[in-house]
Design a protein around this ligand. Structure first.
Ligand SMILES: *Cc1c(COP(=O)(O)O)cnc(C)c1O
Length: 442
């Protein structure tokens, strides 16, 4: 973009200047709407319910094929854990005082893919597989889905291919479930994708195609090559409704978990949710679901790296996918896996624009510090990007959000969405931990 054009954007949105300088920012979404005033979204509660039903139909199959889902009878879900020691750590280390309770939503423990991508990615592939099987007359929805384990089904799916562009985690999720069903699956990976993720995917039977460029380029190349084949399906992270719905279902499950823990959510007991954000599909789907279930009592915030504030640029300017961070000279280089995204999802942005409360940015160094603080205080090890939400409660407090919006914080519940980590090799994790230790100065 021309400097003159950049200057005129900055004039309109002064915060862009701080973002270009890679400073951390806290942005409030003035376009957030009350539920009563939200209409015309591309998806609704009935779509979420249908998505949940699809998961239920596939549960017997998943329980058989993925032993880590067996205990929950094939439902892909993660625990919600209170982290009081980390809360103390955050108060001490950042000299803050968090009001309310602090929980970690442990998607780092999600079965199948060990990250939040097990929600959207697995869902979209199951949805596609079901559609193919029904169209071919192999299946009726009232029949047992254990048939998907049969040789006949695998043989059938081997004639179809699936492609996806990914920085790593989405590729793992799509690759693992697609290969298990018998599809030919190709994962187009950006240059920042970790070697161990490529190795693991190949081991699971996926084809890994490596690209020099970033995430958007990997997607563009993957889309083009996949769609050039016949009988091929491309999982498009830049505009997928299915991924979005797969993520949204998390809200139904979270409602059950909060009920089980006797945690109230209403105007006097607000719920705050902090979601690490890449293209905005996962956090957008979850925020959408949360607003459907908890209405105006839930306040959702996204978190992006200072080097990759793609959704923030898109929502702040209202231009969504039409602008990318590189247009402003921001380099999109971050060690937050899954967050190195320069351009937001068009589908998700159109919805998040109305549902979320705000976005803050975080420095890479902070991710490592938080990783180490969490490991030391709670003995929970998650990947760097997954820690981004941990600063949320302190950011909210510092911003005066509660006062402006007349929200009482004393009975608040904070949920930090931990988005990945289970599959990270021990050696890598040790390296992350040591880096955090060094940044903390100890
Ligand atoms: C993909 C991912 C996210 C963000 O999801 P988007 O849909 O890209 O916004 C956050 N954390 C991790 C670990 C991820 O893999």
């Amino acid at each position: 973009m021309q400097q003159q054009q950049i200057n005129s954007w900055i004039e309109q949105y002064p915060m862009l200047k701080n973002m270009i300088n890679l400073e951390t920012v806290f942005w409030l979404n003035s376009k957030r709407k009350k539920m009563a005033d939200i209409s015309g979204l591309a998806v609704n509660l009935a779509d979420m319910q249908r998505a949940e039903q699809l998961w239920q139909r596939f549960a017997p199959y998943l329980a058989t094929e993925f032993p880590d889902t067996a205990a929950a009878n094939g439902i892909v879900e993660s625990p919600l854990r209170e982290i009081p020691m980390m809360k103390q750590q955050l108060d001490d280390h950042y000299d803050g005082e968090i009001e309310g309770k602090l929980f970690l939503k442990c998607d780092n423990e999600l079965p199948i893919a060990g990250s939040i991508k097990a929600r959207g990615g697995v869902y979209e592939v199951l949805h596609h597989a079901e559609k193919l099987a029904i169209a071919a007359g192999l299946l009726a929805t009232e029949q047992s889905y254990e048939q998907f384990s049969s040789q006949q089904f695998k043989q059938f799916f081997s004639h179809y291919s699936i492609g996806v562009g990914s920085t790593g985690n989405l590729g793992l999720s799509i690759g693992i479930i697609s290969a298990k069903l018998g599809f030919q699956v190709s994962v187009y990976m950006s240059s920042d994708a970790k070697q161990w993720k490529k190795d693991l995917l190949r081991e699971k039977g996926a084809t890994v195609v490596e690209f020099e460029g970033d995430f958007s380029e990997a997607i563009a190349a993957g889309r083009q090559r996949t769609l050039a084949k016949s009988d091929a399906y491309f999982v498009d992270d830049e505009k997928s409704e299915h991924l979005f719905l797969g993520y949204s279902v998390a809200a139904f499950r979270l409602k059950q978990q909060l009920d089980a823990a006797a945690i109230q959510v209403d105007a006097d007991h607000p719920l705050f949710v902090y979601l690490p954000c890449g293209v905005g599909g996962a956090p957008g789907g979850i925020a959408f679901g949360m607003r459907q279930i908890f209405g105006d009592a839930v306040h959702c915030f996204f978190v992006e790296p200072t080097h990759s504030p793609a959704v923030l640029v898109g929502l702040m300017t209202g231009e969504k996918e039409k602008l990318c961070v590189q247009d402003f000279g921001i380099d999109n280089v971050t060690e937050g896996d899954g967050l190195a995204v320069g351009r937001p999802s068009s589908f998700a942005s159109g919805i998040s624009e109305k549902t979320i409360s705000g976005i803050y940015t975080i420095e890479d160094q902070e991710l490592f510090k938080l990783l180490t603080l969490l490991a030391d205080s709670e003995e929970i090890f998650i990947e760097p990007s997954a820690t981004a939400g941990l600063l949320g409660p302190l950011k909210i407090r510092a911003s005066g959000y509660a006062k402006t919006n007349q929200v009482s914080m004393t009975a608040a519940t904070h949920i930090v969405w931990s988005t990945g980590g289970a599959l990270v090799p021990q050696e890598e994790m040790n390296g992350f931990y040591q880096r955090g230790k060094a940044y903390l100065g100890g």
